[in-house]
Design a protein around this ligand. Structure first.
Ligand SMILES: [Zn+2]
Length: 600
């Protein structure tokens, strides 16, 4: 509930957006934002006018290519419904409640994990309780092994030796430093705390000979990589995992382990595990290779911890100084034999006249699950926004002509798996043409600041999002949180990196909201920092309200959102890629839309 200071700023914020101050006040009064006690005589007159107005006005201002313009005159449902959505969205917005529950009560939600299933059940129960239709978790596949990450920790310990009166040596350990760590999902844990000395990975035969008799039970510190961003770091972990696996295969076929390369040989020395570092203070989490098909007994019993760069520098300099210390890692990984079924959570507000035509509001529910992460901004935020959009529409008693379908994708982080399977299913059923538009909120905690649209879509999208103009404020810089519809030419840009890409590839208009605001997405992205304290309430309230209004208006428009022109035929070159296609498969991660970590 905004206080009166906010209301003043709110009224100011209306002015730069094309609405007159008076009109802004009328609108603010109408939705109950401005306490009448703060208004003077002039304002009371306005209040009377507002009260006298029998029907709401629609002098909404759209933003197209950064310019304010009267909202295109396209009939999009009942304006009273939109005003109710604005009122509820500003005065009774519960997006933070949903996000708090996801972050604290459930936590990070790896695909196939127990916590993800808890989240799926919880969302379905909300939707059922609120009276949405066709609430279900629609299966899209299965995975071989469930991975549930328990508490994980790592530390350096000082080794103290004291000579006792009887001449024996007493060894004691004193904690030196707790590490910030992660480890690949679907990899083996340590089965309890595993402590031992730390050795740098030997590179030369001389180095290997010097340590080979001390390696049993020791941790191996791998050389720090060049700063190559999270994909490179995760790739390095995966490559190592693969290399050791191949080495075990070679030995199983009769090769002598000691004839292999030194890194391969280490897999046979009875070591405690491997330690490597990220390129900075973030530790990123990804999947072990072949995670989807690997059964529990195919997951090698080897631990590999990733520590942040300052922890690496700390142990590295102690090794250099030959200080007596050991390291301990406790990676509580629970691996459960599958197959584990996976599903997307789906619910609907059925259309009153064209129930088979559909507007999709969505975001992925799954997240990476590294220690510390609550899966908040990737993508608890998009999840909470989707849930609240549904709640607002129900609370406002919205009756769209078309169906509004809410979808919480899973398997996104492992390659848009849930959305791809869903699009395949629509294709098989011949239903792609009945999807008017798909919205995807997966850019973190910033506000829904815009859409990159094919030219023929611009008018519809501008009309759909115009009611939000001037209604929410960034209280840090006093700027309104508007939606800027950007025309990008006759064709929609190919999507990449998140679930909208599955739809764009099938020719369905699908959008990743431009995320505008002060949040630094890359800080939390797939790291230990992805926690509730990153969430920015005012942006998320705008996002939930905007999602609800845009969906309602497009679902009530005279036609489906105009399609983009089809892609031109591909060049007859063997390695031709469609325009804008990422060089690496989009499948593995959600890229940060605003501030990508270096090199990824
Ligand atoms: Zn994401």
């Amino acid at each position: 509930m905004p206080d009166s200071r906010f209301s003043q700023m709110f009224a100011q914020a209306l002015c730069p957006c094309g609405l007159s101050r008076a009109a802004g006040l009328v609108l603010a009064l109408h939705v109950g934002l401005m306490p009448s006690t703060t208004l003077g005589q002039e304002s009371s007159a306005l209040a009377d006018q507002a009260g006298a107005a029998s029907s709401p006005t629609s002098n909404w201002t759209a933003i197209i290519d950064g310019k304010e313009t009267p909202a295109p005159a396209i009939s999009m449902g009942d304006e009273a419904t939109v005003l109710r959505l604005l009122e509820l969205g500003t005065t009774d917005n519960r997006v933070m409640d949903h996000l708090r529950h996801l972050s604290f009560e459930i936590g990070p939600r790896l695909t196939g994990s127990t916590r993800l299933e808890q989240a799926e059940t919880w969302i379905q129960s909300l939707y059922t309780q609120w009276g949405l239709s066709n609430v279900r978790c629609e299966p899209w596949g299965e995975i071989a092994t469930r991975f549930d990450r328990g508490p994980s920790s790592g530390r350096a310990l000082l080794r103290r030796e004291t000579k006792q009166d009887d001449g024996t040596i007493k060894v004691e350990f004193e904690p030196l430093r707790d590490f910030t760590i992660s480890a690949l999902s679907w990899s083996a844990g340590t089965g309890g705390p595993r402590q031992g000395p730390l050795f740098k990975e030997p590179i030369t035969e001389e180095e290997f000979a010097a340590v080979k008799d001390k390696l049993r039970g020791a941790w191996i510190l791998l050389k720090a990589p060049a700063p190559i961003g999270q994909r490179g770091i995760r790739g390095m972990l995966s490559d190592r995992f693969k290399m050791r696996e191949l080495a075990r295969e070679k030995v199983a076929k009769g090769e002598d382990a000691m004839s292999l390369s030194i890194p391969e040989r280490l897999a046979f020395m009875g070591i405690a595990g491997y330690v490597s570092t990220s390129s900075d203070e973030r530790v990123w989490t990804g999947a072990a290779p072949d995670w989807r098909t690997r059964t529990v007994d195919q997951i090698p019993d080897e631990a590999h911890a990733l520590i942040r760069r300052s922890d690496y520098d700390y142990v590295n300099s102690r090794l250099f100084d030959s200080e007596p210390f050991e390291v301990m890692f406790d990676l509580q990984h629970t691996l459960v034999a599958g197959p584990i079924a996976t599903c997307n959570v789906i619910a609907e507000i059925r259309g009153s006249e064209k129930p088979d035509e559909v507007v999709i509001v969505s975001g992925h529910l799954d997240s990476w699950d590294g220690p510390g992460s609550q899966g908040t901004t990737d993508n608890g935020t998009g999840t909470a926004v989707t849930i609240e959009a549904a709640r607002l529409l129900i609370a406002a008693n919205a009756k769209p002509l078309r169906t509004i379908r809410f979808i919480h994708w899973t398997g996104e982080e492992q390659g848009l798996l849930g959305s791809k399977a869903y699009v395949d299913k629509l294709k098989e059923a011949g239903q792609l043409d009945s999807i008017s538009v798909m919205f995807n909120d997966d850019g973190g905690t910033n506000s829904q600041g815009g859409l990159a649209a094919a030219d023929q879509m611009v008018e519809f999208l501008a009309a759909a999002t115009a009611p939000i103009t001037g209604r929410f404020l960034d209280t840090k810089d006093n700027k309104p949180l508007n939606v800027n519809v950007r025309a990008v030419g006759p064709r929609q840009k190919p999507g990449a990196g998140s679930d909208h890409a599955s739809f764009v590839a099938a020719g369905v208009p699908a959008f990743f909201w431009d995320e505008v605001g002060r949040a630094d997405y890359g800080y939390g992205w797939h790291t230990q920092h992805d926690r509730f304290d990153l969430a920015i309430e005012e942006y998320l309230k705008q996002s939930a309200t905007n999602s609800a209004i845009a969906a309602y208006r497009l679902a009530s428009a005279p036609a489906l959102l105009p399609r983009s022109e089809p892609e031109p035929p591909a060049e007859p070159s063997a390695d031709a890629k469609p325009e804008g296609q990422p060089a690496t498969p989009a499948a593995t991660t959600t890229p940060p839309p605003t501030t990508p970590p270096s090199g990824s």
